[in-house]
Design a protein around this ligand. Sequence first.
Ligand code: S3P
Length: 163
Amino acid sequence: MNIVLIGFMGAGKSVVGKALAENIDYRFIDVDDEIIAKSDYSSDKEIFDKVGEIAFRELETEVIKSLSKASKSVIAPGGGIVMNKLNIDYLKQHAKIVFLKASFETTVIRVKNDRDRPLFHDEEKAKKLFDFRQPLYTQYADGIIETDNKDIETIVSEIIKLP
Ligand code: S3P
């Protein structure tokens, strides 16, 4: 069984995912890195700028589909994974889905200095997207971990303890 970490930008999916994978001796797969490797570009921002979000989403679903062969892996998709139910259907077949939940205030602090996030340039728009996606993350998750004011080790051990 794989573990998939979902949540909004800045939820800590990559940093927690790496630490979790190391702790339980799983492979860590960053879905954005796989998408970039499949594209002719060097970042998600560049894909958004040059060919647009729709092309990015198509690549994202292709990568998610190909991950059905993965095993013993911690998978960290981008925050937009819940925008296409097909992605969740693919992932659910072979993974436990864990929602890393953070408040919007914490999210802003975590991503404030990161200019590379194409969907976080305008804080008001980002808040709308955040509110829209929260029920989706909750609905698709097998387990939810609150991450505000917690260090990585605590979050990792809470994920491991999930039923
Ligand atoms: C996105 C989140 C990004 C990346 C892309 C789109 C989103 O990943 O996949 O920029 O729609 O929320 P992170 O959640 O790792 O920042």
